[in-house]
Write a protein that binds this ligand. Structure first.
Ligand code: 3NM
Length: 213
């Protein structure tokens, strides 16, 4: 399965986001709208429930030929047959190029297929983020990554939605020409009244060059 990171959906099971909707239904609608990766992120459920939901989600994502990634839990990824696991780098609270390069090299050497770059904008979805780096920070990171021997894919995360996604892609592009491979969103799709059209709209605008380019 090729890794297309362009529209990366991260789930959130909290009531403020799901508002009583079924996570599987929301994810399936988002898949219909064109999301290219699904990450199951659930910090609260116990292992039994995590595996149960992950298996259900995997049945759905497979039908759309989209990889399912499990946040933080290798055991749940294995038990559900998911395609991957997303591991955090907790101490990545910096935009200092030398430290970023060190972290990136380590992650790539340890086998990471992609890196998440964030937090781009402050977001109520995750309030314990250590630094808000903006698109300027993302650009520094991309330039720094471009100097590695190996190429590594990237997605930006944090406060990204329909109204800023074009700007995020455009303003993050480094002087080196290295661009984001995609954007990761939670609320812009998970909390949308119509997750299918939310995903479609985001994809549509991502394909359009920004008017100020
Ligand atoms: N990780 P929304 S920010 C899950 O910075 C997550 O690492 C982040 O939610 C990071 O798209 C975040 O609703 C939440 O802003 C993003």
């Amino acid at each position: 399965m090729a890794l297309d990171l362009s529209l990366y959906l991260v789930t959130d099971s909290t009531p403020a986001i799901l508002r009583g909707h079924d996570i599987c239904k929301v994810v399936e609608e988002a898949l219909k709208g064109g999301v290219t990766v699904v990450q199951y992120r659930d910090k609260k459920s116990d292992t039994g429930d995590l595996v149960k939901t992950a298996k259900k989600l995997h049945e759905i994502t497979r039908r759309y030929n989209v990889p399912l990634i499990i946040n933080d839990r290798v055991d749940v990824a294995i038990a559900s047959g998911a395609e991957g696991v997303h591991l955090g780098q907790d101490d990545m609270s910096t935009t200092k190029p030398s430290r970023i390069r060190r972290h990136a090299v380590k992650a790539v050497e340890e086998g990471a297929d992609y890196l998440g770059i964030g937090t781009i904008f402050a977001t109520p979805t995750k309030t314990n983020t250590k630094s808000i780096i903006g698109t300027a920070g993302a650009k520094i990171i991309l330039d720094s990554l471009s100097r590695l021997d190996r190429s590594v894919s990237t997605v930006a995360i944090g406060g990204i939605n329909l109204s800023n996604v074009q700007r995020v892609l455009y303003q993050s592009a480094g002087q080196s020409g290295k661009q984001l491979d995609g954007v990761a969103v939670v609320s812009a799709i998970m909390a949308a009244d119509d997750p299918k059209s939310a995903a479609e709209e985001i994809k549509k605008i991502m394909a359009v060059p920004p008017p100020f380019a």
